[in-house]
Design a protein around this ligand. Structure first.
Ligand SMILES: NC(=O)c1ccc[n+]([C@@H]2O[C@H](COP(=O)([O-])OP(=O)(O)OC[C@H]3O[C@@H](n4cnc5c(N)ncnc54)[C@H](O)[C@@H]3O)[C@@H](O)[C@H]2O)c1
Length: 418
């Protein structure tokens, strides 16, 4: 992982592309909306997360941060440790068990608010610290995988406090998941493998927000794209968008790349690995749980590392499968990975900051459970982004508003084909 020279501010580059967080930090410094709040943050320890933590500190919060395996930037940890109101609880190189212990230690600080990525802290606090969960004011979650777990917890009525689903906001949905993830995943895949996309066959597993963005951009780069799905509507959308759709077991035999984007467990399993084309490049952009790496290790007769970020597994019949970044998400776990583009993380972390401030705003009383972020916050972040781009847009007129408010007495036919 590339880091800044010792002594340099590791956030300075991303700061230049993060006008919304900078504006919010300046506003929050005046109003200190999070004074007296302890915020526990769990997120990949990248420069973007560093800026988010700085913004919370500017808002008056005391902040504790833990990262995730494979994506911790040591210089960011050192920078955050130098801030008076910030403590880091994880270090680069920690494995899953050590990280969980670090998260327990972080929860030992009795946070008022939790900002999560993957719902690791939010599920841990409910699972192991139910008394503490009762005292947490609220939380927010920025990933699809995290929202899946939180939805299950909400359905089972186990959430003890309100949580804003930042992942479900139009801004996150449209820019981060579709464009940001696709751009950063493809650019990381290309730079780690040093291969050309044009003319290759790329199998994209999962045609949700990320998968659709990735398949579309891969095709724009000249790939022959094949999509696999479990949802018939998403499969139809992929066909209508011009991709081939088939079952994964059929698709892998011709694949130059297999790219998972589901957030689901064991999506690429032994039967797929056994049928995979010789020299296929296998990677995940959704989560480290999607490829059954243990099955690959069991099948293989040997493994080598032809270049940083690639493990080449040799199968008994001589075929090889190239696993990228050990099956961990490619845009965060490669030797030089920095995650999603700064401009995208700027709006996502701005939304996370605004959601936390909203949870403790005067008079706010939200019931325990998973909540949509209020549209006013999403619009505000979008407006700030447009302002930063110096782009202006039209406004809805009063006559348009009143036409759509009135439901009786319309003349003529009001059909979709008017
Ligand atoms: N790497 C990143 O920077 C980054 C950024 C955003 C999201 N993500 C992650 O990417 C994953 C996908 O996110 P999303 O927003 O696109 O989710 P989504 O729910 O919109 O899409 C997931 C799709 O996968 C499909 N799917 C599920 N199981 C499948 C299977 N076995 N085979 C084929 N398709 C299957 C679903 O039907 C769905 O269409 C999540 O884990 C999310 O956390 C990663």
């Amino acid at each position: 992982m590339t880091e800044t020279a010792s002594g340099a501010d590791p956030l300075s580059w991303v700061r230049e592309f993060s006008p919304i967080l900078s504006t919010l930090a300046a506003q929050y410094r005046e109003t200190t909306p999070l004074s007296d709040q302890y915020v526990a943050v769990s997120a990949p320890m990248t420069p973007h997360t560093g800026l988010f933590v700085e913004t919370l500190a500017a808002a008056g919060a005391t902040v504790g941060v833990s990262g995730e395996p494979g994506s911790t930037h040591r210089d960011v940890v050192a920078h955050l440790e130098s801030l008076p109101s910030v403590t880091t609880f994880s270090t680069a190189g920690m494995d899953g068990a050590e990280l969980k212990e670090a998260q327990r230690e972080l929860l030992g600080e009795r946070p008022d608010l939790i900002a999560d990525d993957g719902s690791f802290l939010l599920s841990l606090v409910h699972d192991e610290f139910p008394a503490l969960a009762e005292s947490v004011v609220g939380g927010c979650e920025q990933t699809t995988g995290g929202i899946t777990r939180l939805s299950a917890m909400d359905d089972q009525d186990v959430l003890s406090f309100p949580v804003y689903g930042v992942n479900e906001t139009p801004m996150k949905d449209t820019f981060d998941n579709v464009h940001g993830t696709a751009e950063s995943s493809i650019s990381n895949l290309v730079s780690i493998t040093n291969t050309m996309i044009g003319g290759k066959t790329a199998v994209v597993v999962g045609y949700g927000r990320c998968g659709r963005g990735i398949a579309t951009k891969l095709r724009d780069l000249g790939a022959d794209t094949v999509v696999t799905e479990v949802d018939p509507r998403r499969a139809l959308a992929a066909i209508a968008d011009g991709h081939r759709v088939t079952e994964l077991a059929d698709a892998v035999g011709d694949a130059d790349y297999v790219i998972t984007a589901t957030g689901r467990y064991d999506v690429v399993r032994r039967e797929h690995l056994e049928a995979m084309a010789d020299d296929a490049i296998l990677t995940s952009i959704g989560s480290f749980i999607e490829i059954d790496v243990d099955a690959l290790a069991t099948l293989a007769t040997g493994v080598s590392s032809p270049t940083p970020g690639i493990d080449r597994y040799t199968l008994p019949d001589g075929r090889t499968i190239n696993l990228v970044t050990e099956g961990k998400v490619v845009n965060l776990s490669g030797p030089a990975s920095a995650g999603n583009p700064s401009e995208v993380m700027d709006t996502t972390f701005a939304m996370m900051s605004a959601a936390l401030v909203d949870l403790v705003a005067d008079g706010r009383t939200l019931e325990a459970g998973l909540h949509q972020v209020p549209d006013r916050l999403d619009r505000r972040i979008a407006e700030m982004k447009l302002d930063s781009l110096e782009v202006t847009i039209d406004e809805v007129t009063e006559s348009q508003r009143s036409y759509h408010r009135e439901w009786a007495g319309h003349e003529g036919v009001d059909s979709a084909e008017e």
